[in-house]
Design a protein around this ligand. Structure first.
Ligand code: ADP
Length: 254
């Protein structure tokens, strides 16, 4: 199923690319600055450094209305792809277009704004601030966007209602179940109404039934934006419209 068949309105044929990448390659230099493996004093001959090709010649388009799975064995490039598509990292080669903007043409400040406005991320381990209430956690991205206190409170409350936690607004993460915490994280990812939500193994810490609630919720959200679900779980992937499968940094089939 795709954007044109999901939408049962007169606009059904209008397709809108939310995020695209064209011939994207990302290599990392072992021992180079910014890499994970920072050793040596940085004076080695650069040509002698082995490089790791995390992604190679990847092209894909994700449209509004799509719930897309992303799978592949560990080390196949999923995190690298999510970082590139969400504007957290830049490709070594090729182009990433997010919400119509070529990411590499933007200044850091413009890119930060674009991410803040158009991208929501849900992590495996929720990443909520334990000292804050559910509502304050959801409102955090709205603080960064400069929204006033009253409006933040209202929007965070509405988002918690939307994920079925209208009666848990003042609870702290430690007072909620794993599934509830993940619903708070989904509500936070929706703050500001982003065009695309990336969910990285969002059910990895949850039992099957609780995970299914989160997957239903993510599927619903894809009706008016795009949702990308990175997962190893074939049952979870089966709920998406299509699956992008990575192997050794390349797309196997899309
Ligand atoms: P996945 O998320 O599918 O496990 P990653 O995108 O994390 O895969 O990694 C893809 C490849 O790139 C792996 O070989 C990994 O070791 C390598 N890699 C990822 N990030 C870095 C980095 N910052 N520095 C060096 N190598 C990296």
């Amino acid at each position: 199923m795709d954007a044109s068949t999901r939408t049962a309105t007169g606009e059904s044929d209008r397709r809108e690319a939310v995020v695209e990448c064209s011939r994207v390659t990302r290599t990392y230099e072992r021992g180079g600055s910014g890499g994970w493996f920072s050793f040596g004093d940085g004076n080695d001959a650069r040509d002698d450094r082995p490089t790791v090709t995390a992604l190679e010649d990847v092209s894909l388009t994700i449209e509004r209305g799509e719930f897309v799975g992303l799978s592949g064995p560990s080390g196949s490039g999923k995190s690298t792809l999510i970082h590139l598509l969400s504007g957290l990292d830049s490709p070594t080669d090729g182009t990433v277009t997010l919400a119509g903007e070529d990411v590499s043409s933007l200044s850091q400040k413009e890119l930060t704004r674009l991410r803040l406005e158009q991208v929501g991320i849900v992590f495996q381990r929720f990443h909520l601030l334990p000292s804050l209430s559910a509502r304050a956690n959801v409102a955090l991205p709205l603080v960064e966007r400069g929204m006033g206190k009253g409006a933040r409170r209202e929007e965070a409350g509405d988002l918690l209602e939307r994920v079925g936690l209208g009666d848990r607004q003042s609870h702290r993460p430690g007072e909620m179940s794993g599934g509830e915490q993940q619903r708070v994280a989904v509500a936070r990812a929706l703050a500001g109404d982003p065009l695309v939500v990336f969910a990285d193994e969002p059910t990895g810490e949850l039992d099957t039934d609780t995970g299914a609630v989160i997957l239903d919720l993510l599927g619903d959200l894809a009706e008016d934006r795009a949702v990308v679900l990175a997962s190893h779980d074939e049952q979870a992937l089966a709920r998406t419209d299509r699956v992008i499968r990575l192997r050794d940094g390349r797309v196997k089939d899309a």
